[in-house]
Design a protein around this ligand. Structure first.
Ligand code: GLN
Length: 536
């Protein structure tokens, strides 16, 4: 079948959960047995997400193939249970650098290179090539930003042109506010935004209405009149207990059938076993949670004010909780708090502690205080990347007596550089895409380790994103004092995981949260949440 395209656009404002709608469409089509892949367009001029602060744009997600991409990729992968590649990510930066390269090589000799038709043509070619190369039935394209933004205008124009010679359906994700004192859902912003989209020459096929509550019949009627869309093409998408409920929510409204019939597909049946498996995983999270035992997990980090900075960590905890029939209650702790107040006060009663990834000096000592508290009080601990580096530093300082031990990232002059710049990083002066990135295999050396009991195999692959590493000069002294180096790279040169002997504490240089899926929870998170459950 010739590839078909579904375009998801956002109007009124950003942050509506277009990523969840896109992921839900991908999941639904996948359960219908189609080969599907996403494309995410981001209008910024950065080449990729790698140089962005998570406070600005949420978590930087890393794919197996080393690309640093938008956090929406995490949602796509968690829903689809597939490893995506850099080809699914198109940014303004990549497009402009690509077209300028082509102009320089003489691709457009004699012409003045313009947004229309050259850039828009280039975008369409990219989309068609992507579909062909990957032999997909459907490409679901999420356009970042909001309709009406200058940043995505040329991309939307390219999609309008794409619809002239390909099968394309447009989905407008919009927002209906409700003013508390009036108590009525207001449709006006959605109406205006719909008109903005129509002024680009696109008539959306579906209007997905986000809001805190269910879409009222009155609002649906009004929107139908104003947009000329039949009522059943106006889809209700209220806040749900879990984003994983959205595929079923859409299907209950016949969205799947209406969407397929837009493409002339009327007789296709959903794969009952795939749907059954998905529903079972979602039920465990949603329905099960009402009966489940609660465990309190503290995430001690420096970007906690914006929860999007740690989405994958949160989701991995949710997946593991569902697998173990516990309801995790996450407590977000700003690490600097632990520099002013005592951990026994701030962390009182928590069943487990996580220190996630991060960069820069701020808040580091607070994280180290949290780790010390976990070790001394035998509270289960899981360290992720930075959390592994700090677990090693804490051990060096407080168990081995190496006063002032640190990472040269935070104290370039430290006498005990337990964590140091990786050899491969020395002399690099470019910051973009130069970290140790992507999937790397690690070897679990010790069958009695926490790592082995979690993964149940010796070679595992996890994603990475870091510049610093465990300094092997300190490996022997720390091991002699009881730190377990349970995993290394296959050549044994780089430490990949460390553990405590006396209680549950494990930390890895990798980011196992990036591979956790609702249908395949990350083993280390399952082991950790299990330890928290036993501690609760
Ligand atoms: N800042 C540390 C490094 O670059 C840790 C990185 C991370 O946590 N992703 O090595």
């Amino acid at each position: 079948m010739q590839a078909k395209f579904i375009v998801v656009l956002g109007s009124v404002m950003s942050g509506l959960g277009k990523g969840v709608v896109t992921s839900s469409i991908l999941k639904i089509l996948n359960m219908y047995g189609y080969k599907v892949l996403p494309i995410k367009f981001d209008g910024y001029l950065n080449y990729d997400c790698g140089t962005m602060n998570p406070y600005r744009h949420g978590e930087v997600f890393v794919l197996d193939d080393t690309s640093e991409v938008d956090m929406d990729f995490g949602t796509y992968e968690r829903f689809l249970n597939t490893n995506l590649t850099k080809d699914s990510s198109i940014t303004g930066g990549k497009l402009f650098s690509g077209i300028i390269d082509m102009e320089r090589t003489g691709e457009y000799l004699g012409e003045d290179v313009q947004i229309v038709p050259h850039l828009t043509g280039y975008i369409q070619k990219k989309l068609q090539d992507f579909a062909k190369r990957n032999k997909v039935d459907f490409v679901v394209i999420e356009v970042g930003g909001t309709v009406g933004d200058l940043e995505n205008g040329y991309f939307i124009e390219a999609l309008r042109e794409l619809a002239l010679n390909s099968d394309v359906a447009f989905v407008d994700v919009t927002y209906l506010p409700k003013i508390a004192v009036v108590g009525e859902q207001k449709t006006k912003p959605a109406q205006f935004a719909f008109r903005t989209l129509m002024s680009t020459g696109i008539l959306p096929d579906f209007l997905v209405c986000r809001g805190a509550e269910n879409l009222s019949e009155n609002a649906r009627k009004k929107l139908s009149v104003q947009t000329s869309l039949p009522k059943e093409y106006i889809i209700d998408d209220p806040d749900m207990k879990s984003a994983y409920m959205v595929p079923e929510l859409l299907m209950k409204q016949n969205f799947d059938k209406l969407l397929l019939s837009k493409f002339g597909i009327h007789d296709r049946k959903i794969d009952a076993s795939k749907l059954g498996k998905w529903k079972k995983s979602v039920d465990k999270i949603v329905v099960g949670s009402e009966r489940m035992e609660r465990v309190r997990i503290a995430i001690v980090g420096k970007y906690v004010d914006l929860k999007d900075s740690y989405v994958s960590v949160r989701e991995a905890i949710i997946h593991a909780g569902a697998a173990l029939s516990v309801e995790p209650a996450i407590e977000w702790i700003e690490s600097e708090t632990l520099e002013k107040r005592s951990p026994s006060e701030v962390l009182a009663g928590v069943d487990g502690i996580i220190v996630p990834g991060g960069f820069g000096k701020r808040g580091i000592e607070g994280m180290i205080n949290a780790i010390r508290y976990a070790r001394e009080n035998k509270i289960p601990y899981l360290g992720l990347c930075l959390g592994m580096q700090l677990m090693s530093i804490e051990f060096a300082r407080n168990v081995c007596g190496l006063k002032g031990a640190n990472s040269t990232e935070f104290d370039p002059k430290t006498k005990y550089n337990v964590i140091d710049l990786m050899q491969s990083q020395v002399g690099l002066d470019k910051k973009g895409a130069t970290m140790r990135l992507g999937a790397w295999e690690m070897k679990i050396n010790d069958k009695g380790s926490i790592a082995y009991s979690a993964y149940r195999k010796s070679i595992v692959s996890e994603r990475h994103r870091h510049r610093y590493e465990f300094n092997n000069a300190f490996r022997k002294p720390l091991e002699r004092n009881g730190l377990v180096v349970s995993a290394t790279t296959r050549d044994g040169r780089l430490v990949e995981a460390v553990e405590w002997k006396d209680s549950f504490g494990i930390a890895t240089q990798a980011h196992p949260e990036l591979k956790s899926r609702i249908e395949a929870p990350a083993p280390l998170f399952v082991a950790f949440v299990d330890a928290c459950k036993r501690n609760a």
